[in-house]
Design a protein around this ligand. Sequence first.
Ligand SMILES: Cc1ncc(COP(=O)(O)O)c(C=O)c1O
Length: 367
Amino acid sequence: MSQFGPDYIRAIAPYQAGKPISEVAREFGLVEADIVKLASNENPFGMPESARRAMLAAAAELGRYPDANGFDLKAALAARYDVPADWITLGNGSNDILEIAAHAFVQKGQSVVYSQYAFAIYALAAQGVGARGIAAPAKEYGHDLDAMAAAIEPDTKLVYIANPNNPTGTFIPAAEIEAFLGKVPAHVVVVLDEAYNEYLEQKDQFESTQWVRRFPNLIVSRTFSKAYGLAGLRVGFAIAQPALTDLMNRVRQPFNVNALAQAAAIAALNDKAFLQKGFDNNRAGYAQLVAAFEELGLDYLPSYGNFVLVKVGEDEGAGARVNIALLKQGVIVRPVGAYGLPRWLRISIGLPEENARFVEALQRALA
Ligand SMILES: Cc1ncc(COP(=O)(O)O)c(C=O)c1O
C-alpha cells in the first residue's frame, strides 16, 4: 500500500472504461478494421460533419487559449434551453460537471446519495472529495426515489440522479422526479444527470431545463458525447441558478473546455438532421437487439438510452465468460460486474450491421 495521499484517495477503485479497439486488436491478435465496439455508448455515426467542419475552422486558432467563459457556446445553449447564459456551466464532458459538483458542494466527511446500479462516477466523485457515498437500494434495477429520499442524512449535501440511468437504461417519469425535488431539503443539491436525454421519445421528454427556475438546488447536466457524437472532444454542460453556477465556476479549471470542442458543440447543437438520424437508428437498433434477445430467450432490461443490458447466464461468471467469448470474435461490449451485475452485459446500440455482428457472435458465445 502506497504511503502517499489521503486514505480516501487510496481506497478508490479506478473507473473501468470500455476497451479501446487498438487494445483488443493487440490482445486477441485481431485486425482493427474487423472489430466492432459497442462498449462505451458512443454514437455509431461518429461526429457530425457540421461539427467536423466547425472544429477544423477553429483549429486555425489553436495557438491561443480557448474562451474561458465559452461565450458563444453558452449563448447557443441559453437560446436552445431558454435560460440566461450565466446559468450555464461548461464541462470537459458531463463527467467534469459531476465532479465539479462534488468539489463545489461537498466536503470531506459529508455524504452523497445515489442509487444502487447508478452511473459509477457518482461514487468515484464522492470518494474523490473524501465524502461518504450512500447507495440507496434500487427498485427493479432502477432508481427508487422514495428509498433515495429516505437515505438522505443530516450531513448529505449532494444527490445524483441518472435519468435515463447507465448501465441499466431505466427511466423515471417527470412527475416522480418533480415530487422528489419537492421533498428534498432545500440545502441539498440535486444533480439530474440527463446524458441520454436526446434518446427519449417525445412522450417521455419533459422540461427539466426549466425546472431549475423553480428549484434553486437543482442542477441539470447534459452532454455532447452521446446523441451529438462528440465523445472524444469532451464537452458537457450544467444548467442551474446563479448561486450554484457561481460556485461551480470557481472550482472548475479556467479552460476546461477546449476550443475545438466549443466550436464543434455549437455546430452539433444546431444539426437537427444528425440528431434525428441518430434517434431513428437507435430506435431501430434497439428493436433489432431486443428481438434477438427474445429469440435467444435472454432477459434484458427495457432501455431508454442508446444501450441495453442483457442477462447472458445464471451463474456469477456468465458476464465475464461471455465477454471473453465475444472479444475473441472481435466484438467489444461492456461487462458490468463492477456494478454488482455479473450475469449481465451492456451493449451499446450500433449500426444495423454492427448489431448483427454482435448477435451472431453472441449466439456462438452462448452455444
Ligand atoms: C449517466 C452518464 N452520465 C454522464 C456520463 C459522462 O459522459 P461524458 O463525460 O462523456 O459527458 C455518462 C457516460 O457514459 C453517463 O453514462
